[in-house]
Design a binder for this molecule. Structure first.
Ligand code: ADQ
Length: 465
């Protein structure tokens, strides 16, 4: 069996419990097969080291996984990471052209770091390695590797949404980016909608032909594409709910809020997650349905994220003021409608928090998938489950059709759905939860890894250019 080589912007210690979606999934794929994980160390090189020349790759092996990391210098970090990845690709792929900052220096830095990754990875590769590249930071990596003579099978998975062609076309380098994807053998997206957007882009901008389903031909190359919705490890997460920290958290929340009905939101503090819109909808709930006064309590946990990108600062201020206003307007001496916590919660405690909540609000404006939705379902007590209110604009909505689907821009409609979730009879909650559990079990993280890698193993690029 081929060795697996995973490449992502950041790596993490595979022995530790990872917090982010990508880290969990990568750890899962590497532990199954063993292999190499290559990426940025997260460290910035000092100017003296940078002046001394090319960064060195640090290699360390723990169990069956070898980690290979390199540092970036300040200029690369500013242009590749803060600039192109987080100030161009992230906003545009989440349909936020208003927040994008197109600057040719960012594009140059992005290209430079992808070339650096390729140059440093090449000597570590064996001829039959399967290479799996993750996410928007590394779109041109396969093209750079191919230019250096790499003939391995290379797959790419995009964790964030693929926007429609006319939004993509706002990126000055859009053609180069999309052409670069054709250097892969397999490109995987989260949802069918993303596959459709990509196919429309290459059909309209590059005169691509659709061959049989799942194969596109353009730029003298044939590419296999498909939707591989990412999942969670359902048993592991349900197990955490029964673990010591999970049970303690559950008991504490149930006691503390015994007279209240808890609603939960857990996100990175990111403008794609629709947090201000969610607080507006919750305010509408209190306005439209006064029976929730002195009862419904929204706990919104928003972990700090990308604090050195300007748009995130504005969002933080906006959330502080919206939550302050709602508490000022509706709060009582013994009841605060919103508890807003700008922090991470330890992963082992999350399931207890989810299980103690009647309703989860997962209402992003755009999201590749959203794993919180799936974690909430896995953590519930099947005999008395909480209800999921889910944005139709999350990739997860294609699968989780038994959740209450909402348009997060519509505060009143969302408030109605929240009220419906809060008052839903037990038998309906159980029926919906049973079907939702089935969906997250069918397409869990093991399925995701295995199906992507199997498709990659069987995809052969027709190198005829
Ligand atoms: P993210 O945008 O980071 O990931 P998400 O899918 O919600 O979003 O994953 C977040 C993970 O971090 C979950 O496991 C969640 O429990 C955890 N998390 C979030 N906030 C937390 C907090 N405050 N405290 C503790 N843990 C927290 C990107 C894409 C998603 C896609 C994933 C995986 O944007 O759409 O689902 O990759 O592909």
């Amino acid at each position: 069996m081929s060795r697996l080589v995973v490449v992502s912007n950041r790596t993490a210690d595979p022995r530790k419990t990872a917090a982010g979606g990508l880290a969990v999934a990568v750890r899962e794929s590497l532990q199954q097969t063993g292999g190499l994980w290559f990426g940025w160390s997260g460290k910035i090189r000092s100017e003296t080291d940078a002046a001394a020349g090319q960064p060195d790759v640090r290699v360390q092996t723990t169990g069956s996984v070898t980690l290979a990391t390199l540092d970036l210098d300040q200029r690369d970090y500013d242009t590749y990471y803060l600039g192109y990845a987080n100030d161009v690709l992230w906003p545009v792929f989440h349909y936020r052209l208003d927040l994008a900052n197109f600057d040719v220096r960012f594009a140059a830095g992005y290209r430079r770091v992808n070339q650096l990754f390729a140059r440093k990875l090449m000597p570590l590769l064996r001829p039959d390695d399967l290479i799996w590249v993750h996410d928007y930071h590394l779109i041109p990596l396969a093209a750079e590797l191919r230019a250096m003579g790499c003939t391995n099978r290379i797959g790419f998975f995009l964790h964030i949404p693929m926007p429609p062609p006319l939004i993509m076309a706002a990126i000055p380098e859009h053609e180069w980016l999309m052409r670069s994807l054709f250097a892969y053998d397999l490109v995987g997206f989260q949802a069918e909608a993303d596959v459709t957007h990509f196919a429309h882009y290459v059909e309209s901008e590059a005169q691509a032909h659709r061959l049989e389903p799942g194969r596109l031909r353009a730029f003298q190359r044939t590419l296999r594409v498909g939707a591989y919705p990412i999942g969670i490890d359902v048993d592991e997460f349900a197990g955490l709910a029964q673990g010591k920290e999970g049970r303690e958290m559950f008991a504490r929340m149930r006691e503390e809020y015994s007279r209240r009905r808890l609603l939960i939101g857990v996100d990175r503090l990111d403008y794609s997650k629709g947090l201000p819109q969610r607080v507006h909808a919750f305010r509408e709930l209190l306005a439209q349905y006064p029976e929730n006064h002195n009862s419904a309590t929204l706990i919104q946990i928003a972990s700090p994220s990308r604090e050195d990108v300007g748009a995130y600062d504005d969002l933080r201020r906006q959330m502080d003021s919206l939550c302050g206003e709602i508490n000022g307007d509706y709060g009582e001496l013994d009841w605060m409608p919103v508890r807003y916590i700008h922090r991470n919660v330890a992963r082992k405690r999350l399931p207890g928090l989810y299980r103690a909540s009647r309703v989860a609000l997962v209402t992003p404006l755009r999201d590749g998938m959203n794993l919180v939705a799936k974690e909430f379902i896995a953590a519930q007590d099947p005999a008395d489950p909480g209800m999921l209110v889910l944005s139709r604009f999350a990739g997860a909505a294609e699968q989780l059709t038994d959740a209450l689907l909402v348009n997060p821009y519509d505060a009143q409609g969302t408030a109605q759905a929240i009220q419906r979730a809060l008052t839903m009879p037990l038998d309906e909650r159980i029926n919906r939860h049973t079907r939702l559990t089935q969906r997250i079990r069918e397409h869990d993280v093991h399925w995701w890894c295995a199906s992507f890698l199997e498709a990659l193993e069987h995809s052969g690029q027709e190198h005829d250019s």
